[in-house]
Unconditional design. Structure first.
Length: 218
């Protein structure tokens, strides 16, 4: 089992003592294993704690129930995605996307089993949309494409914001879908190739794409 499932070393919660971290890791690993066998609604605290070799009282120190636990796993993952975007905000603003893509593809690869499970059919179907929303919002904040559009093309601010959202929905949904399929099909392609392909797709972030969309709306 990984030392910190889902959590890269640079983001470990130093405030959490080692025993608590080991307990949460054991429970998270057990939940991932159970979700390969059955839907979330069918997982019980008893079988979860037995699988993790943790007593029920300890489980309730950390979580209210199984759904609360899965929600916390999702929040942790969304926070990590948010941090990954923020760590590369200045590069993304310059349309230098490779460092971000390399980090996120390597992160998914390092947690292959966990992500294949939490994006899988037995988990929460809404999770994909939540991840897309988080990454889209942080990318929008980092890139701020509307600020780069020529002043004359920014007369309709509401329309510009709507087109920005469409642009980033299209992009981020595509990248996350790539990651999801890549994991589901066993990571047959190397990380380097996936980064190359995703980087070519991210040309849609160029401000000229938004300017063209604004002209179409005139």
């Amino acid at each position: 089992m990984q030392e910190d499932i889902l959590t890269p070393g640079w983001r470990r919660n130093v405030k959490m003592d080692r025993r608590s971290r080991r307990t949460r890791n054991a429970l998270t690993a057990a939940l991932m294993a159970l979700l390969k066998e059955k839907p979330l609604k069918s997982v019980t605290v008893t079988e979860l704690t037995e699988r993790a070799d943790v007593n029920r009282a300890t489980f309730y120190v950390h979580f209210k129930d199984v759904f609360d636990m899965f929600d916390q796993v999702k929040l942790e993952f969304c926070d990590i995605c948010r941090d990954l975007v923020d760590a590369h905000a200045h590069e993304l603003a310059r349309n230098e996307n490779r460092p971000f893509l390399e980090d996120i593809f390597r992160y998914f690869a390092a947690n292959e089993d966990a992500f294949a499970t939490i994006f899988g059919e037995n988990a929460d179907g809404a999770f994909f949309s939540e991840v897309v929303d988080v990454v889209r919002d942080r990318c929008l904040a980092a890139v701020s494409p509307l600020d780069k559009v020529e002043r004359g093309a920014r007369t309709n601010l509401a329309l510009g914001e709507a087109l920005c959202n469409y642009q980033f929905d299209f992009l981020v949904s595509g990248i996350v879908s790539m990651l999801r399929r890549w994991l589901a099909e066993g990571r047959r392609e190397p990380v380097e190739l996936m980064v190359d392909v995703a980087d070519s797709y991210m040309s849609v972030l160029d401000v000229s794409v938004l300017e063209h969309a604004l002209k179409l709306a005139e």
